[in-house]
Design a binder for this molecule. Structure first.
Ligand code: GDP
Ligand code: MG
Length: 166
C-alpha cells in the first residue's frame, strides 16, 4: 500500500509539527513565524504494510500580491497529485477567513479531505463538539480527527485511518 497525502492549513496551525512527528526526522522548518515553510517538503512514513509520502504546503492564505498568487497556485496544484488531503485547523482559534478561503478551494477536491483539528491540548474537551459542528456546517469531510501534534494525542489513530484508506 502506498499513497501521497498533502497537509494544508493556515500558517501556525501545526502542519510542520505533525509532519516532523510522523516522519520522526526534522525535514520541515518549525517556527512561530508564519510561512517559514516555503516549498513543498516531502516526508515518508513507512511501515511493513504501507508507505505514505507527505507533502507540507506553504501557508495558504488569500494572496495580497502576484507572487503570493503564484505561491498559492503552486500549493493548490500539489493537491491534484495526492490521494488525500489533510486540512488542518487549530482548536485554539475560531474558524476565520483564512480557513474559509481554503475550504472554498477544497470543496472542489476530487480526492478525500480529512479535517484535522489540532492543538486540542489547549481547549476544554467540552468545546470540541462545537468546533466539529462549525466546520461540518461548511463542507463534508471524509473523516474528522482531533489531535495534538505536540503531545501526540490521536496521531497514531490518524495514521491508522490513512493506512486503511490507501
Ligand atoms: P505550521 O505553520 O502550520 O507549519 O505550524 P508549526 O508546525 O510551525 O507550528 C506553529 C506553532 O504551533 C509552534 O509554536 C508549535 O509548537 C505550535 N503547535 C503545533 N502543534 C501544536 C499542538 O498540538 N498544541 C500546541 N499547544 N501547540 C502546537
Ligand atoms: Mg510549516
Amino acid at each position: 500500500k502506498s499513497g501521497f497525502v498533502a497537509i494544508i492549513g493556515r500558517p501556525n496551525v501545526g502542519k510542520s509539527t505533525l509532519l516532523n512527528r510522523i516522519v520522526k526526522q526534522k525535514i520541515a522548518i518549525m517556527s512561530d513565524k508564519a510561512q517559514t515553510t516555503r516549498n513543498k517538503i516531502q516526508g515518508v512514513y513507512t511501515t511493513p504494510d504501507a508507505q505514505i509520502v507527505f507533502i507540507d504546503t506553504p501557508g495558504i492564505h488569500k494572496p495580497k500580491h502576484r507572487l503570493g498568487d503564484f505561491m498559492v497556485e503552486t500549493a493548490y496544484s500539489a493537491l491534484r497529485e495526492v490521494d488525500a488531503t489533510l486540512f488542518m485547523v487549530s482548536a485554539e482559534q475560531p474558524r476565520g477567513r483564512g480557513d474559509d478561503f481554503i475550504i472554498e478551494r477544497l470543496k472542489k477536491s476530487e480526492t478525500p479531505v480529512y479535517l484535522i483539528i489540532n492543538k486540542i491540548d489547549t481547549i476544554h474537551p467540552d468545546k470540541l463538539f462545537g468546533i466539529i459542528e462549525d466546520y461540518q456546517s461548511q463542507m463534508d469531510f471524509a473523516e474528522i480527527v482531533p489531535i495534538s501534534a505536540t503531545e501526540g494525542n490521536n496521531v497514531d489513530k490518524l495514521l491508522t485511518i490513512l493506512e486503511s484508506k490507501m
